[in-house]
Design a protein around this ligand. Structure first.
Ligand code: KG4
Ligand code: ZN
Length: 352
């Protein structure tokens, strides 16, 4: 079905797949407002607790939507459609956003647009670089995912590789936990690594074989565990020791990501690259990707950190393209945990 959208149009977008409740307003393809309510209550548990997450979404969803509409200077009556993440994610969390969106679409008599969370991460590039040219290679690195995709068009995505065990964010968070840092640990490892020596220790680089675009982090995590057991049996490293370990551990994660991305770009003849998801905020990953893209003459589409973390603006941009194509969802659409692992920290494992 193709229905050309009547301009101007205003979309409300909702994201609630994990531990961020977010709403955004997209007006004529551009982000007019974005509100993200991040759940803080999980830090005490060292990972996302699904039941706490769903309850927190229930409390936050209405005020977050109200604030996004108000910040964009609009009202429900002016909305042309509602876009919402339907998969993948924590099922209880997804259901809160999906039901809110269905309720609004039904009450306002406007279309509902179901959005795949990963496709939204892939298209998040278009928020900061609206003129980005297809196709590009996208490295998705977040708390739940490590994926390499070719983004051929707004509705055409080819999966090249994924992690065989942990996601990049999990590798950061689990390493940080072993080092006695808080949760989420990725930003803390990044921070300590700035004062450290990246070559102080050598940690394994998983699956660098040119025959696969997949990733693996379990060997790296185990290596850190044994390293700490042998070198710091009685106390957690601090000061320069901590900085050196963070820098060396981070380097192992970053190096595999960058090398595999550059190799995949060459193998598929792609000249444009992007890194998306929460881990795209990592300072060393940004620096190394930029250096390698310059060296190989590749364009590097960089997103702002706020558009890397889970956010409704990316749902809105993905929803906007579906809106233009008249690609709407029935009110019977359901939330799906999906086949992509949603178990960020071993707290849940959902396969659908
Ligand atoms: O995309 P995101 O907000 O949520 C998920 O969809 O999972 O990603 C959160 C992940 C966490 O694992 C966090 O530790 C990691 O992104 N992260 C970082 C940095 N900032 C966030 N990891 C490394 N360095 C950072 N600067
Ligand atoms: Zn995400």
């Amino acid at each position: 079905m193709f229905i050309a959208a009547t301009m101007p149009a205003t979309l409300l977008a909702i994201e609630s797949s994990c531990d961020e409740t977010s709403a955004a307003v997209i007006r004529d393809g551009a982000v007019a407002s974005l509100v993200i309510a991040s759940q803080k209550e999980h830090s005490a548990w060292g990972g996302v607790m699904p039941e706490l997450a769903s309850r927190s979404h229930v409390r936050a969803i209405a005020p977050t939507i109200t604030e996004a509409l108000s910040n964009a200077g609009t009202t429900p009556a002016e909305l042309s459609a509602v876009a919402v993440t339907t998969q993948p994610g924590l099922i209880g969390s997804l259901l809160v956003g999906v039901n809110a969106a269905k309720g609004m679409a039904a009450a306002l008599g406007i279309p509902l647009i179901g959005v795949h969370h990963i496709e939204a991460h892939l298209l998040s590039v278009l928020i900061d670089t609206p003129q980005a040219e297809f196709p590009w290679l996208s490295l998705v690195v977040s708390g739940g995912h490590t994926l390499l995709y070719v983004v051929r068009a707004a509705d055409d995505f080819q999966l090249l590789g994924s992690t065989r065990d942990d996601a990049a964010g999990e590798a950061f968070d689990k390493g940080a936990k072993m080092l006695g840092l808080g949760y989420p640990g990725g930003p803390l490892v990044d921070q300590h690594a700035r004062n450290g020596n990246r070559t102080a220790h050598t940690f394994p680089r998983g699956l660098l074989s040119p025959t696969t675009h997949d990733f693996s982090f379990s060997g790296l995590k185990t290596a850190l565990r044994y390293f700490l057991r042998d070198r710091f049996p009685d106390q957690i490293p601090t000061g320069q020791d901590l900085a050196d370990i963070c820098a060396s551990y981070q380097e192992a994660i970053v190096e595999t990501r960058v090398e595999k991305t550059i190799r995949a770009a060459a193998a598929h003849g792609l000249r444009r690259v992007s890194v998306v998801g929460g881990v795209s905020a990592n300072s060393r990953l940004k620096q190394r990707m930029e250096q390698e893209c310059n060296k190989h003459g590749l364009a590097n589409y960089i997103i702002k950190p706020i558009h890397g973390t889970d956010n409704a603006a990316m749902i809105g941009i993905a929803g906007w393209h579906k809106f233009l194509a008249g690609n709407f969802s029935p009110l019977s659409v359901t939330a799906r945990a999906s086949t992509i692992r949603a178990d960020r920290h071993g707290t849940v494992r959902v396969k659908g």
